[in-house]
Design a protein around this ligand. Sequence first.
Ligand code: FE
Length: 201
Amino acid sequence: MAYSQPALPYADNALAPHISTETIGFHYGKHHATYIKKYNDMVAGTSLDDQNIEDVIVATANNPEKAGLFNNGAQAWNHSFYWNSLSPNGGGKPSGEIAGKIDTDFSNYDAFKEELANAAATQFGSGWAWLVLDKGQLKVVKTANAQTPLTSGMIPILTIDVWEHAYYLDFQNRRPDYVAAVIDDLLNWDFASQNFLNAQV
Ligand code: FE
């Protein structure tokens, strides 16, 4: 079924100066919108057209004949998740249950932060860095291109887009500076906590 682009959960200038209005204009307005248009065009009329996008992503993973549908569907979903992973009031240390779970699974917040920053910096080429819940444990993973933890049975908690289009206008080649800004000032821990608590039930 057709997938609609969710409204951006904040104003297009709300993440500035780290992520500028111009970046949002291209990234949300062009890149994300195009993945969604292509996904909708490709899924229409196929046997998968009655399924929601998450099920289509899982059904088309690792199938070279369905690579176009998978790539556009996964990028559509990953970007919607990314916009929610950011907040103008985000960043820094979380609180509540997820904070305790981070201390349990990573030793402490600083160790978690270093692991996430390292995953984001070392993803070679385009891709994503994620905080996921994997069999009850919080982990940091990275995925290439359109790949998504959804296809490995992991539950996404937060993500950082590390495709160049996410940061090039604001940080040029300085991906680590973009990642540091996201972690320190933008990560949406309310969204993460909600995903973490939803995964418990
Ligand atoms: Fe992107």
